[in-house]
Structure formats: C-alpha cells, structure tokens
Write a protein that binds this ligand. Sequence first.
Ligand SMILES: Cc1ncc(COP(=O)(O)O)c(C=O)c1O
Length: 463
Amino acid sequence: MFILNNSDPVPLYKQLYNQIREQILTGKLPADSKLPSVRHMAIELSASCNTVDGAYQELFAEGYIYSRPRSGHFVSALDRDVAPQTTSGKPGKCDYLPGPPSNFTYDFHPARLDPESFPTELWRKCFVDSLRRNSQQLVQYGDPQGDWGLRCSIQSYLERSRGVLCDPDQIVICAGLQQSLDIVSNILKESHSVVAVENPGYHLPRSVFQSHSYTICPVPVERDGIDLNALKTSNSTIVYVTPSHQLPLGYVMPVANRLALIEWAESGGKFIIEDDYDSELRYHGKPIPSLQGLRPTGNIIYSGTFSKILSPALRLSYMVLPYSLLATYRQRYRDYFPSVSLLEQRTMATFMVQGHWERHIRRMRMIYKKKHDILLRSVESHFGTRAVVIGQGAGLHVVLMLPETPHSEAEILDRALQKGIRLYPFSDFHVNDQPEVTTLLLGFGGMNGSGLEHGTAILSQIC
Ligand SMILES: Cc1ncc(COP(=O)(O)O)c(C=O)c1O
C-alpha cells in the first residue's frame, strides 16, 4: 500500500519511488515479485500514469527492478547483507558525532583566542587586495607545497624571530599540525616504527601516529623537558617535542638538553619533530630560539602555526622539512593538490609583507599578558596556598596543581559544568597513567578580565 501526499514538497513520482525502494530494501517486496502495471498502480493511487512511470523508470535505472517484455516490472534480487537497512537517508546514531556546542559562561579551554582580536578589517583589505591581484591564478590549483610568496615571507619571519634557518624550498604550507604530522608519518614509516612522545604531552599528535600504525612510546617530562635518559633507552627513532613551551607543563628545554637531543637524533638517522606552536607568546624576557636553529642541517622537522596568534579557524600552518626528506616528500606528494586555499595563503602573505603580522603579534602579546596576569592574581587571591601554579609566563594557559583537594579531576569538571564553567581535562595529556595530584589546566585566551576573576572565584569554591 503506497500513499502519495499532494501537499508534500517532494514530487509525487519521487514519493512513490522512495516507498517502493524502501519496501524492496527491507524485503517487504521480495525478489522477482511483480509490481502492478503502470495503469493499475496509477488507478490505485489516483495518480497519473506519468507519476508511476517516472518512479518505475528511476527504480529500473538504479537496478531495483527489472522488466520482462510484455510481462511488466519485477523486483531485482539484492544481497541483503550489503543493502542498506533503511532509506530514510539519515545515518544511525553514532557515538562519535559531537553534540551541539554548549554555552559556557566561563570557558577555560586552552586553545581559545581573544574573541575580539581577529583583525577583521585588515584581513578584509589584504583579502580583497589578493583577490584583485591574483584573479588569474584562481583558475589553477597552485603549488602543492604552498604558495611561494607565503613561503618566502614565513622563511624570513622564522629566521628573524625564531632563529630557524631554512630555504623557502623546505617549507610546506599545511592545514594544521595534524596534517604536517600526517605527511611526516607517511614519509618516515618505511624506515621507522616507534615514536616517542612527551608524557604528559599534547594528545592530538598521538592519534595521527597511531593511524599510521606507529608504536607510541611515552617518555616522562622533567623540569628541563623530555627525559633524555629515558628517551635514549627507548627504541624510538622519532621524537615529537614542544621544547620552547612544553605542552601542558610549560617547561623550556635548556640549550644543553637541546644539544643532547640533537646528538641523539644524529646517532643513527633518528628524527626530531619540533612543535613550536606558541613561542611568540612569552611575557617576560626574550622568546626562546628554536631548536632547529641550533642544527639547521640536522634531522629536525620544525612545525609552526598561525592558530595561536591569528586564528585556529583559518587552518593555516607550516613545517620546515630537512633537505634529507625533501626528495621523498616531493615524490610522495607530487600528485596531491594543495590543501589550503590559494586566496587564504596569498592573503596571509600580504598580511605579512605589509607588516601587519608582526604588529599583530605585539598587540596580542600585550592582550594575553594582561589576561595572564589577571588570572595569576585571581588564583593567588582565591586559592592562596591551596594551588601550585606551573607553566606561567608564556602561552595561553597555566597549570594548577591542587595537592589538598579531596576531589578528583572528574568530580571537579562535573561540578564546574554545573556552574557554567568549561574546563579541559588535564588527564587527556597523559598517555596511560594519571597525574599524581589533581591538576587543572586553565586557558585564559578566550575570556575577558572579569570572566577570569569570577570564573576563578567560583572554581576555588568547588575545588
Ligand atoms: C602543542 C600544540 N601544537 C600545535 C597546535 C596548533 O595546531 P594547528 O596548527 O593544527 O591549529 C596546538 C593547538 O592547540 C597545540 O596545543
């Protein structure tokens, strides 16, 4: 029994097609059963023959039914194991689909930037400028390694501000750290199988390495960065590190350890992946120069991003490959198209060439220093000696150790949620183990001064 609805915006023939298809897929219309003739079906439905004929033709074209000369239309035999169970078009409920975004009054997420800070007007001007000047290039795909002009701007910026020494030739423009790591994992996996990661450390790279079937070797983090003795006794031949601002603990790897790490890499073709994600944001003293600059010819893959200063939504980052990997990279990726829009890249290049980027960095450093100081003052006045702060003085978050709290991290996150506070679980940074004392990660980039003060005051009451 089929029902057509004249007030449904779906055309009548399509409604009939959907209903017959549904019955075939669910087995209600078995294989080889005969469908009513077009004329009979039209009478039964009080519809026109064209409507029925349209539905039958579409079902026939897609193989749901077949026709026999002078006999009519019959249902095709389908493999029920592979045929979809429903035709509603909606996938079944999937545990991995994120829910709708929640609203928090206080969001301590460590990757939030200041909501007022995006230089909209300047970006618009650079965008329009790039559009005007590059419209002829928009009919092509562009260089898979990234726009040459942008690579040149990044090269001179990195040399000036991060001490990275490289040629624009070595720079690959990517749509974020995970894409860089995906490429690196791909080009190294034939000769490497174990990657050392900091523990605690940034968790997202682990999933990239795992998806390329690498074994993950968690190495403890000391006050001076990754534990080199533990690294040396592991069987890792690649290490992923954040030496200038360890995520999440904020430690800086001193130069002696950097040199020792370089020596480790040089002893037998090992590789260092240096993630220099937020070094522009140091609030006291000078930025720490990169590890790559200590051995520009070494086996160091340097990665940087525009996500921390400008916008994580742009998906614009870069990596510097050592010359030893360039040939393999080009050979593997020569058939790939660029993953970042040419217009976005040209806009960024214009933004850099016109001096806006470095001015923007200086402006953001001031804004975030102010927020950082407000957060530290609030923690001091509301937590007093109950909290030990680590990782202050840089970046967009600090870490709060709470040795006296009776509550676990999960309890605090839950209590915070009930008060409209979003916290990011510190335990996510641990590979298998858990922190010995309850520890919170407080991002301050996305909140204003009064949000930081009030949020911290409420937090101190629930911890
Ligand atoms: C350690 C670390 N590296 C890199 C990034 C930035 O990654 P992307 O360039 O993919 O935005 C982040 C962002 O939070 C980070 O925490």
